[in-house]
Design a binder for this molecule. Structure first.
Ligand code: DON
Length: 576
């Protein structure tokens, strides 16, 4: 379809479509002086359609699909496959994820394509008889769950897609076959010493990504012929190629070579599952979130409910706001870590946890003058291994997808001959109750490993509707547990502080996840004054700052759309 035709179609459909509004930005404050995003970036403006992802080429691929007359699901599928090629550290066909979809007719849907534990897995598979870790749940084939992404993308397209499946994968195939020039952020991930060492342990990863034994650098062209072939098979034969065909055989062969336990039966038995969306309200706005096995929707809802019960929030920049936020986060994470898991395996008090009465009772336990007690915790890594894409199409369909390999480059194991990395999502389970995982999360029995079970996630793809039920925000983030607090803070910045999207996303963030019980902060994002006040209240700040999230969003305004890639990672929005 020509661009002119697409614009005409879009204009026709706009009546039933995107522009809505309901979020008025009036914030006149400033960010702390050394804060690196003190001058927020300009969003990309569009009238009808917008794609935001962590990689400019991937966003352009999605945008092209929308121009061809594809809908938001088509664009998201094409963008996700392109991300597999241009952002190998985050995947995603060797990993899994979640979709939150709000159709233009007003109906919400959520699709769970989270990895599952292989049939041969056991609750103590990473421990010896004395309870010490013997096998890594982070690096190597044993750390991989059964991948869900291809099944998820296939299922969302089967149900809601418009353009032919092949057409959506064609751009990714071309990018893999012809090669992509690595830009600075993408090259930096390969150059990281830990990533280099992890990838270097596996000959198939060295063969796929390294040249003459060295990782690629900025400006190098990454050509991925094996991946191009894999994507062609998926384009020709759909998800079957991955779960029952030659790609499945390549995965099983890799398991034999590298000591993993995923079998042909595990792959053949994998299913993406439609789940009932987790819906809640915040100060009259309607929030559509991801239910378990992600903790994202429940925990974002619980934090927001506690804030709502607190009353009008203190102004942005005050130590008091940070205090209330941290206390709300801490309480919600305590529940997350104790109660949540795969709904097919555990019963969870979801109605209570997301209820307003419960939030009211929790908010009453916040002492305005004092922090809850603190204990020391483990170090926290930073990575670029999860990725968020947000799409709105001319009809008003809205898509939020987060996918992940878990750690940077997942398990670091590339499936030989197939050219893609496998996840290390098994680490999201509770390997040992009371012992922190990669993200320092201390989790309970509800999230113990069991065959076929899905490991608890923090991913929080989210769509916010205004009080009249019109979409205003499509959002989500990577960042492990920081996903939850990053998404929550962007929503609160928009609704409570009345910031613009650029301000709300660029604003410095804080994070608390109950255990380790200390304040996570961003460099230059907390002023010395704020810190002094909080420390006097009893807060312990972590020694080193970290990056908190990477929130890629589309905002629906009264006149159109704004797309904004979080400046923390440098993705891109593309729209028209
Ligand atoms: O599902 C989860 O919660 C984690 N596996 C996500 C990891 C992540 O976001 C890492 N991102 N930078």
């Amino acid at each position: 379809m020509s661009r002119a035709w697409a614009l005409a179609l879009a204009a026709l459909l706009a009546g039933c479509g995107a522009p809505a509004g309901g979020l008025r930005a009036t914030w006149r404050g400033t960010f702390p002086v050394p804060w690196r995003f003190a001058a927020p970036p300009a969003p990309v403006a569009g009238r009808y359609a917008m794609v935001v992802s962590d990689e400019p080429i991937a966003s352009a691929v999605g945008d092209t699909i929308l121009l061809k007359g594809g809908n938001a699901i088509d664009a998201a599928v094409a963008t996700a496959f392109a991300l597999e090629v241009v952002l190998p550290q985050a995947g995603n066909i060797g990993g899994g994820g979640f979709l939150v979809y709000r159709a233009a007719d007003g109906r919400p849907y959520t699709l769970d394509f989270r990895e599952t534990a292989p049939a041969a897995s056991t609750p103590t598979m990473y421990l010896d008889s004395a309870g010490h870790e013997i096998h890594s749940s982070i690096t190597g084939a044993l750390s991989a769950g059964v991948p869900g992404s291809v099944a998820g993308l296939w299922e969302m397209h089967r149900r809601f897609g418009r353009l032919p499946w092949r057409e959506l994968i064609a751009p990714a195939i071309a990018l893999a076959r012809r090669g992509v020039v690595l830009d600075a952020p993408r090259a930096a991930a390969f150059d990281d010493s830990i990533n280099r060492a992890r990838l270097g342990r596996f000959p198939s990863s060295v063969a796929t990504y390294f040249r003459n034994g060295r990782p690629p650098v900025e400006g190098d062209t990454l050509v991925q012929p094996d991946l191009a072939r894999t994507l062609e098979l998926i384009a020709d034969s759909g998800a079957d190629a991955f779960y029952r065909g030659s790609i499945a055989r390549a995965i099983v062969a890799e398991m034999r070579r590298s000591g993993g336990i995923i079998t042909a039966a595990d792959l053949a038995g994998y299913r993406a599952k439609w789940r009932a969306p987790l819906e809640t309200t915040y100060r009259g706005y309607h929030i559509i979130g991801m239910p378990p096995p992600s903790s994202g929707g429940v925990t974002v809802a619980e934090i927001l409910n506690i804030l709502e019960a607190w009353g009008p929030l203190p102004r942005f920049g005050s130590a008091m706001l940070l205090h209330v936020e941290l206390e709300a986060m801490r309480r919600a994470f305590e529940d997350r870590n104790a109660y949540l898991g795969d709904p097919d395996f555990v019963t969870m008090p979801l109605a209570r946890l997301t209820g307003k009465a419960y939030a009211e009772s929790l908010s009453r336990t916040i002492d305005p003058n004092r922090a809850s007690p603190s204990v020391a915790g483990p170090a926290m890594p930073e990575g670029h291994h999860t990725t968020q894409l947000s799409v709105v199409d001319p009809e008003g369909n809205a898509v939020s997808i987060t996918t992940t390999l878990n750690d940077d480059f997942g398990s670091a194991v590339t499936v030989a001959g197939a050219g893609f990395l496998l996840n290390d999502e098994m680490d999201d389970f509770t390997s040992r109750p009371g012992v922190p995982n990669l993200y320092g999360l201390v989790q309970g029995e509800a999230n113990a490993i069991a065959p076929g079970k899905r490991m608890l996630s923090a991913m929080a793809p989210t769509i916010v509707l205004d009080p009249r039920g019109r979409p205003v925000l499509v959002t989500g983030s990577p960042g492990g547990p920081r996903i939850i607090t990053a998404v929550e803070q962007v929503i609160s910045n928009l609704i409570d502080q009345r910031m613009t999207l650029a301000q709300a996303v660029s604003a410095p963030r804080i994070h608390d996840q109950a255990l380790p019980d200390s304040v996570f902060w961003e460099r230059g994002g907390v002023t010395p004054d704020q810190r002094r006040v909080l420390e006097a209240m009893g807060y312990a700040f972590r020694a080193h700052p970290i990056v908190i999230g990477d929130v890629n969003s589309v905002l629906v305004t009264p006149t159109g759309l704004e797309g904004l890639a979080d400046p923390r990672r440098g993705g891109a929005a593309a729209g028209w």
